[in-house]
Design a binder for this molecule. Structure first.
Ligand code: COA
Length: 176
């Protein structure tokens, strides 16, 4: 896209009311809960993408963990210990409908992957787990994410599917 995208953490006085990514549950979260989760409860941090001062996308991340058995790579499972492994969770991602298809989702995701490398260097990180809405599974697959082992079992058709991207893959993608 030709216009510059600015990426930064959500600020308390950001106007979130006019944002719509086409998924009411995500819009409601962004408008009503992203702020309190970040500034009052300290459970998660939301990063926003801006074009010419307008918020056109957001990504919410939180510290999380994954069991070794859930890692969707037999080769990687063999190397990992059998206790919960630290990951960065991409809990929510949304791009305003007026700005979709312009590379903003990809830019936000790249920012999240860079955060995971920072987490790796400071406190440890085995990868990123994204909670993918059914319509977004192919978006994440296109970026290298793989559905978490056993995640499809017992899942309702409209529930989010956890998808994993290993930190080694992330690091080489960012360097490349
Ligand atoms: C899914 C979403 C975040 C993608 O953001 P975006 O800014 O439109 O995507 P980008 O323009 O950065 O596209 C990046 C790549 O993903 C592809 N892509 C985008 N949306 C896709 C989708 N729903 N399914 C499959 N691929 C998709 C693009 O074609 C592009 O591929 P390319 O580089 O090979 O051409 C955005 O469409 C959105 O907010 N959708 C509604 C809410 C949602 O589903 N959020 C994800 C829930 S976890």
């Amino acid at each position: 896209m030709a216009k510059t995208i600015e990426l930064r953490p959500l600020a308390k006085d950001d106007d979130r009311s006019g944002f719509s990514c086409g998924q009411p549950e995500l819009d409601r979260f962004f408008e009503h809960y992203a702020g309190q989760n970040q500034f009052k409860l300290h459970l998660a941090v939301t990063y926003v993408a801006l074009v010419e001062t307008r918020i056109v996308g957001f990504a919410t991340v939180a510290a999380s963990s994954i069991e070794r058995a859930s890692v969707p790579s037999a080769r990687l499972r063999k190397r990992l210990p059998a206790y919960p492994l630290p990951v960065l969770r991409l809990a929510r991602l949304g791009v305003d409908t007026r700005a979709q298809g312009l590379g903003i989702g990809r830019a936000l995701l790249r920012h999240v992957l860079a955060l995971a490398v920072g987490q790796r260097d400071h406190v440890g990180c085995a990868g990123v787990v994204a909670d993918a809405k059914p319509e977004a599974v192919s978006f994440y697959q296109g970026l290298g994410f793989v559905v978490v082992e056993g995640a499809r079992e017992g899942l309702m058709h409209d529930e989010s599917l956890p998808m994993f991207l290993a930190i080694e893959t992330i690091a080489s993608a960012l360097e490349g």
